[in-house]
Design a protein around this ligand. Structure first.
Ligand SMILES: [Zn+2]
Length: 200
């Protein structure tokens, strides 16, 4: 069988980009860091997973809808990095844009990052996880769904206020669906308040 040798060349946009080994059978996380001189040990994390496999990772037939779940989240990460680079601003806190592996198989990549940050004494001020953000039901307005369980209500309120100012045409809704809460990307035990996005 031929070895796949496709490499995607992505601009770094001023971030320090590293790969982080995870577990056997999984690829590495890709971690882009923009440190802050003001608070070098405190970070805002923006996460999404870049692989897409079913729960049974040996299956060749199980559905793994990668374009939306979660190519859409990774596309947002790249656009975010590009926009931040173009602003050329200093931030009060560091920013980590973390592209994870192994989300469907048990939060493999995010668990590695969370454990490592905790061991290194790094603080997470807020975590923003974007998953399946490309789906748009025909006839609906632009919508975003905020999970309400196991997340920070303060961050949800902040998101809602900011969205009103910048995208007043967007409906900000909430979802209590447990499928979209707790499970995505960051083990709750390892990191402080998080903000999650979920599809409606
Ligand atoms: Zn996902």
């Amino acid at each position: 069988m031929p070895v796949l040798t496709h490499y995607i060349c992505v601009p770094r946009y001023g971030f320090n980009v590293t790969s982080e080994e995870t577990e056997p059978g999984f690829g590495p996380n890709v971690i882009a860091t923009l440190p802050s001189d003001t608070n070098p040990n405190t970070f805002v994390v923006v996460g999404a997973h870049f692989d897409s496999r079913g729960r049974d990772r040996a299956s060749t037939t199980e559905v793994a809808p990668g374009a939306n779940d979660d190519g859409s989240g990774v596309a947002m990460q790249l656009e975010l990095a590009k926009a931040i680079h173009s602003w050329d601003q200093e931030f009060e806190y560091g920013l980590i844009i973390a592209s994870f592996v192994g989300e469907e198989q048990g939060l493999i990549g995010s668990g590695v990052l969370a454990t490592k940050m905790k061991a290194e004494g790094k603080e997470v001020l807020a975590m923003f996880a974007a998953d399946m953000i490309a789906y748009h039901k025909p006839g609906n307005n632009l919508q975003v769904g905020l999970a309400t369980q196991s997340v920070s209500p303060i961050l949800n309120d902040l998101f809602t206020d900011v969205a009103k100012d910048y995208t007043p045409e967007m409906e900000v809704c909430t979802t209590t669906g447990t499928r979209f809460v707790c499970c995505y990307h960051i083990p709750a035990a390892a990191l402080p308040p998080q903000l999650f996005l979920a599809p409606l």
